[in-house]
Write a protein that binds this ligand. Sequence first.
Ligand code: ADP
Length: 256
Amino acid sequence: MADARTPILRLANVEKRYGDTLILDRLSLEVPAGQRLAIIGPSGSGKSTILRLIKGLEPFQAGAIEVAGEPLRPPRSASWFARRPAARSHMVGMVFQHFNLFPHMTALGNVAEALARVLGLTRRDAEARARDLLAQVGLGGKEASYPRELSGGQQQRVAIARALAMRPQVMLFDEVTSALDPELVGEVLGVIRTLSRESGMTMLLVTHEMGFAREIADRVLFMEKGRIVEDAAPSQLFTAPQSERTRAFLRAVLER
Ligand code: ADP
């Protein structure tokens, strides 16, 4: 069982391969509850893979992942999801780059669906809670809109509300602004900023927004080739990186 000293998230020597290609190389990481961890690094370094494994979307070949002291077993088959204890699967929420909303459901429906179907709330209670969540992400008044009627920034805010609906202990944000037009990035970052200030929720953010990472994170990981190259406070990592690789990466992205 978890106690106050148990990290909310623990990865120990996690190895992930696609075929013969090593994607995560015995990666270990402990995240205390309430920490906001930004993960940065070049494309293909394994950042999204870490999040997908923590969410239980993919198997891994070796090592262990624990959420609140409970081991996560890699899915062996599609039916694994059906058998997975409900409480466990809801501990981790995830928001994706491409929103992944149900196109045939309204904003309200997208948020209420899992509350009714998975948590078993009555349709009325699910919709009341969904309404509150949409208001929380600044979308009061958009309940009846379908995804195609919303901007990318609004769709992403619906996706955040949907992930929050399950009251997860850990939220994973996977490059959630990368698919947005530049003028819509701010509204999505604003919602995450408010959430981080007000909720104390543990967050892992894979991001290319260095300014945002620096502002919001308590801790930053720089990844390369499936390994953590540097793990430091943002004040350290962004101003006095220890590794030449981190320095070169930051120079390249900040000059862009
Ligand atoms: P990042 O988030 O750092 O850009 P990813 O975690 O998405 O990197 O990907 C890490 C590596 O895994 C990349 O080389 C990518 O090509 C590879 N990869 C990701 N998904 C798959 C897949 N389904 N099959 C094969 N290789 C994959």
